[in-house]
Design a protein around this ligand. Structure first.
Ligand code: 2YJ
Length: 277
């Protein structure tokens, strides 16, 4: 699993307006409307949650410790969706206690293996691997829709059967979306084949060229060179770090979405909001 770095996320502290504008120009959705659309929450219902719920992000020192600006970036994302947010001065259990004392309704916390948000009001939660997979599937679907394409009628390529890719596979299978799989790691391919989905597994990265609609959950960085991609590709990836080389990311500028934390964090909130009356 990739550990986030401060320089990958600290632009969020000031940059969420332009992030949301950018996302909207490519998908038709900002983070708020993406959550409303995914979970079938009306704007009126959403705004009533945003006006009454306080969200805290508690820094966690366990393992490799605090990532500078991680909790603040989580708060910047959630604030850009209209919610009030709070980062306690304290960390870990003491920080959790501070969040409880100020009556935070929803609490975000991450250690090196798990990134969670949970509701103190009803016990519901959002988990980042699943939420990231769902979010990027929704983003690919939205970009395809703008090109007059229906995700359920086309073949998607999933790159990477790791922690997030695995969740995406389950979501795609559950919604009957057709896809093929590529992973360079034979162990990940083995794990995929054990599912007996009957889906095709690419035998070489040269075959990536044959696909137009790509969900990329790999985390190696800069391995996906421009010449490995076909024409008119629509591409969505939590890319931490980004797989595309400079030339590819330039070419796909208008038909790609990738981010380091935003969409997963937004969808975690949606998982909680959808359970609220
Ligand atoms: O509180 C902090 O500052 C740290 N304990 C945050 C740790 C963040 N966790 C990670 O970077 C993990 N690798 C999980 C990230 C999941 C993103 N998909």
């Amino acid at each position: 699993m990739t550990r986030l770095k401060t320089e990958w996320i600290d632009y969020m502290l000031e940059g969420m307006n332009s992030y949301n504008e950018n996302l909207k120009s490519r998908t038709g959705f900002d983070l708020k409307s993406l959550v409303m659309d995914t979970f079938g929450i009306s704007e009126q219902r959403y705004d009533s949650y945003a006006s009454k719920l306080l969200v805290a992000a508690v820094p966690v020192t366990q393992g490799e410790g605090i990532i500078g600006s991680f909790s603040e970036s989580v708060c910047a994302i959630v604030r850009s969706m209209g919610f009030r947010t709070f980062v306690p001065d304290e960390t870990d259990v003491d920080g959790l206690y501070s969040a409880i004392l100020v009556d935070a309704d929803i609490i975000y916390m991450a250690d090196d293996t798990r990134y969670l948000a949970f509701s103190r009001d009803n016990g519901s939660f959002g988990e980042n691997n699943y939420s990231t997979a769902l979010g990027f599937i929704m983003v690919l679907r939205a970009m395809m829709k703008r090109a007059d394409l229906d995700i359920s009628k086309e073949k998607i390529l999933v790159l990477g059967n790791g922690l997030v890719g695995e969740e995406a596979v389950q979501i795609l299978l559950g919604h009957d979306v057709d896809f093929d799989m590529y992973d360079k790691d034979p162990k990940a391919v083995e794990a995929f084949n054990r599912l007996e989905t009957g889906k095709y597994v690419l035998s070489s990265p040269d075959e990536i060229k044959n696909y137009k609609y790509i969900l990329d959950f790999t985390n190696e960085g800069e391995w996906l060179k421009d010449e490995m991609l076909g024409e008119n590709v629509i591409y969505a990836s939590p890319g931490v770090p980004l797989s595309l080389d400079d030339k590819a990311s330039e070419r796909l500028q208008k038909t790609s979405v990738y981010d380091n934390l935003e969409i997963g964090t937004a969808m975690m909130l949606g998982e909680i909001l959808k359970t609220m009356p």
